[in-house]
Write a protein that binds this ligand. Structure first.
Ligand SMILES: Cc1ncc(COP(=O)(O)O)c(C=O)c1O
Length: 501
């Protein structure tokens, strides 16, 4: 829930933990060693023995604890409030997922534990694969990729290897204008040239454009459905037919699966390979960069190429991790993927069941449409005829023309209202894009509060724009130079004090 304007929370200043250090302060009582005969320095490889102990901060347990809790209050998370970052599905993460991921049998399991002693963990991987296969209709799943982007990369590697084995390597991949940036990046990393496909005036692909670009040299079309305008690709079946007829594959970017799961299976609208953004759709915390998880699903001919090892169930009922897939592209990640994230997704799916999954899609779409209806007078939504799937992409073009405030200013001023900003300037086909995805976890009241805040910003901008340029003002830090922060981050204490000094 947002703060009422004017309400402030305490903003603690926090020095570096090294600046809190006081000689001789300790945070833990380590018992004296009971074995004294051997000096560890004599048994360690001599090149690893230090003359001096490392320069760790010397602080007490409460100091360490408070330090990190205070730092955590500088950030905004989905546990703080509404986080409408479009195309990210920032839904609330049920805490039962955390309980399951912390069960010692999972959290303390060594990745090299022999299969026979890790039966429960392998069973979980096996069953999660089955659930994802059921939701998507894909024949085989790999849980290994560590993020959506890595899932895309893996799936295209699988497609590329299959085509090579057929003696039919191809050079190009078709990508619509609305695609996420990771799609072209995936193609480049796989050595494919990108052929951009425009969207039509309705915001979706026109089969005629796909037919014109589809040649014998095209390996795949990468398609997000619903797309990043929050629209269902209404011609998807025809588009898939065109691509398949020329021997190409449809790669489905599954980042927006939240809107259709339980309602439509990607396999039924022609998808041959896809990634699941587990950390979005299946509710694992992913703000601040991770950990993510991007399993992939593939159809029949591609299945033998999935990464190894793969969880299997032997005829005697025992689970194992099998490397016995000679056509596999190999490993894409160490061990078996981000295991604890997979435990969270498994818990989430078990808790909700098939009916719950379907209900999620219904409410996510309902919430997005309600938000669209509340916003569109002030922030028109250029595509979709007043309807959307999981997210609505509004535009502040009109507001900018009238008042001079930029999309970035609007996003920053929204933070002063207690909300995380929506995704801005994406997709590129919408000028002044504000891409809002409420997800199913937000209440009607929260959506109304957010819309009211957005409308109040439009009214404020019409009166006075000064505060917009200074925004955010209610956060601990004001507006940062985001380009410098991203390109030249200062990540060490020494570098930071050099800069200040
Ligand atoms: C449509 C779409 N595809 C792919 C990705 C990449 O997923 P990830 O961030 O997990 O790498 C995203 C992420 O926002 C996305 O929105």
């Amino acid at each position: 829930m947002s703060h009422a304007p004017g309400t402030k929370s305490l903003g603690f200043d926090e020095p570096l933990i090294f600046e809190r250090s006081r000689e001789g302060t300790v945070g833990a009582n380590i018992p004296e060693p009971s074995v004294r005969e051997v000096d560890p320095k004599t048994i360690l490889p001599q090149n690893l023995v230090r003359a001096e102990p490392p320069d760790f901060p010397q602080v007490s347990e409460p100091e360490v604890f408070r330090h990190f809790v205070r730092l955590s209050t500088w950030n905004f998370s989905v546990d703080h409030g509404f986080y409408p970052l479009g195309s990210c599905t920032m839904k609330y993460n049920p805490k039962v997922n955390e309980w399951a991921a912390r069960l010692p049998g999972f959290s303390e399991l060594h990745p090299y534990t022999p299969d026979r002693l890790a039966q429960g963990a392998i069973q979980l991987l096996f069953e999660l694969e089955q659930m994802l296969a059921e939701i998507s209709g894909m024949e085989a799943i790999s849980l290994q990729p560590a993020a959506g982007a890595q899932g895309e990369l893996t799936a295209l590697k699988v497609i590329r290897r299959y085509l090579q084995d057929q003696g039919n390597p191809r050079a190009k991949v078709l990508i619509p204008d609305t695609a996420h940036g990771t799609n072209p990046a995936t193609c480049s990393l796989n050595g494919y040239a990108i052929v951009p496909i425009p969207i039509n005036e309705s915001g979706v692909l026109d089969p005629r454009d796909v037919a014109a670009a589809m040649t014998d040299d095209v390996a795949a079309l990468m398609l997000t459905n619903p797309n990043t305008l929050g629209l269902f690709e209404t011609h998807i079946a025809e588009v898939a037919e065109i691509v398949h007829a020329k021997g190409g594959f449809i790669f489905g970017d599954g980042a927006n699966l939240n809107a259709i799961m339980g309602k439509a299976r990607p396999v039924d609208f022609g998808v041959d390979a896809m990634q699941f953004n587990i950390h979005k759709t299946f509710s694992t915390p992913h703000g601040g960069g991770g950990p993510g998880s991007g399993p992939i699903g593939v159809s029949g001919v591609l299945a033998p190429y999935l990464p190894i090892p793969r969880p299997v169930k032997r005829p005697d009922g025992e689970y194992a991790l099998s490397f016995d897939f000679p056509q596999s592209i190999g490993r894409m990640r160490s061990f078996f993927g981000n295991f604890s994230t997979l435990v969270r997704a498994y818990t989430y799916l078990r808790e909700l069941g098939a009916a719950g999954i379907t209900r999620i899609a219904e409410i996510a779409v309902l919430n997005a449409n309600y938000l669209l209806a509340l916003l569109e007078d002030r922030f028109p939504v250029p595509y979709g005829d007043g309807r959307c799937m999981h997210e609505c992409v509004a535009s502040d073009k009109q507001l900018r023309k009238q008042t001079g405030v930029s999309t970035l200013d609007v996003a920053k001023r929204l933070i002063d209202q207690g909300f995380h900003p929506p995704t801005i300037y994406f997709p590129l086909v919408v000028e002044g894009a504000l891409m809002c995805e409420p997800t199913e976890t937000e209440s009607r009241e929260t959506i109304e509060e957010f819309a009211t805040a957005m409308i109040s910003l439009a009214e404020e901008a019409a009166r006075d724009t000064a505060a917009f340029k200074e925004a955010p003002q209610r956060t601990r830090l004001g507006r940062l130079d985001e380009t410098r922060a991203a390109r030249k981050p200062i990540l060490t204490a020494a570098a930071a004090s050099n800069r200040d000094g």
